[in-house]
Write a protein that binds this ligand. Structure first.
Ligand code: ZN
Length: 164
């Protein structure tokens, strides 16, 4: 069984069922294939069958947003700041960047010694001051359990660059 999408000279589109492609050609040559609307027997196969188009279009439509979204995310990550901030609206991004710059300007970067320094301050071994640095998730959790306040701050690269 072959289902063909056919079209007459008037542009009427209809579906024809044939045993095979050859059946269609044979019936067509004998004038047996006629447009059900106008009786025209000059019938041509539609190059792109609507039913096939529909089948191809449906998945494409549902898939379309995904690549677009992926592209947008990739574009945001290109700023070397693969953080959630890239997903914020521009106004919020600016505010967040300003805040981050303020934090950078008012804290001492202790880098990887962050957990160690935070502990020393907490135990009064060194003077309390605002510090920033890198801590692993485990370190952060440990500090919190010890009663040491830790605020995760994903610093944008731009905030650091302005100080260098
Ligand atoms: Zn017709």
């Amino acid at each position: 069984m072959k289902v063909l999408d056919l079209q007459c000279r008037q542009g009427h589109v209809f579906e024809g069922w044939f045993g095979s492609e050859d059946d269609f050609q044979g019936q067509k040559q004998r004038g047996l294939v006629q447009c059900p609307l106008c009786g025209d027997d000059h019938i041509e196969k539609r190059l792109s069958a609507p039913r096939l188009n529909l089948g191809a279009r449906a998945p494409a439509a549902t898939e379309a947003p995904a690549p677009a979204q992926a592209a947008a995310t990739a574009g945001g990550a290109q700023g070397a700041t693969p953080s959630e901030a890239a997903l914020l609206p521009p106004a919020l991004q600016a505010a967040w960047l300003a805040l981050a710059r303020k934090v950078v300007a008012n804290t001492e970067d202790v880098g990887a010694r962050f957990a160690q320094e935070a502990r020393r301050m907490h135990h009064g071994e060194v003077q309390e001051r605002a510090i920033r640095g890198q801590a692993t998730a485990d370190e952060a959790v440990q500090l919190l359990e010890e009663g040491i306040a830790v605020v995760p701050l994903p610093l944008p690269v731009a905030a650091k660059e302005t100080l260098q």
